[in-house]
Design a protein around this ligand. Sequence first.
Ligand SMILES: [Zn+2]
Length: 312
Amino acid sequence: MKIKSNYPINEEAFSNLQKLSEEYEIIDSIEIQENDSNNKRVLKGTKEKECRFCKKQFPEVKFKNVSHTIPEFLGNKNLTSDFECDNCNKYFSAFENELANLLLPLNTLSSTKNKKNKTPKFKNKLEIHQDDKNVFHITNFPDDLINSKKEINFIIETASYIPEYVYRSLIKIGLSIINEEIIKNYNETIEWLMSLEQNVIIRPCLAFTIFPFNSPTDKIRCAIFDRKLNVTRQIPKTLLILSYKNFAIQTFFPVFPFEGFTELSPFPHVIPTALDLNNNLKNKKEYGLIYLDKNIRVKGEKIEVNIRSVEE
Ligand SMILES: [Zn+2]
């Protein structure tokens, strides 16, 4: 594997990459320039106007809507697909909305541009918005915050979201970037996505990494890894990593009863991203684990935010 980087390679990331490649191989990956609406790309199915998800064809289903492979609120303005029918597009938008809710405060703080090409406004006791000069304005600031000239810490509550839908929206992104030749190997995953009833045996969750806010990436990347055939360790068949701005989200495709696992480690490897390859990470990364098995709305989860002045 060749890694191109302008930075000195971070040893830890390199070692993680080596360990990962012993048990997994990359199946597909995409890289999108953030907020680039000029270089439009369309991922195509083999049969024209056949839906990858519900398998129906035109004219039984329509293909009028533009289907973004990665949601627009993550900064994807140019990568779409032609194999998602309007019915499925509508069905998936319910999942996407929940991912948007979960990420809203972070997308505000990292100025990720939404569908309207604006930084989303976050309002939940604290109100955060960004003006045209890239200055953040925070109103309703509580008095009891730790407040110094160089650093502020505060806790924000997330907008309410349905955890299981967040999981489904991530798996849908994964299924959208897998190329047409091998998508047939993921039929069970597609069936699971299309039915809200089907059970999985491993509790869905995601691992979240927040990198320092002063060194964001302007690329949105997603990659899918499959377990190599000779691997006997009880680890998920498919892993997904999504990164944008200062964030990386890692999860795994659903694990079904027929796979015969008794116990399984859902995060067998830390998948390094381009953000990890930067050796100049002066501030440490923050990690979090979010469980995504509940299919009821949860609200008021707390995120601790720390904003530091960039000058040394
Ligand atoms: Zn469809």
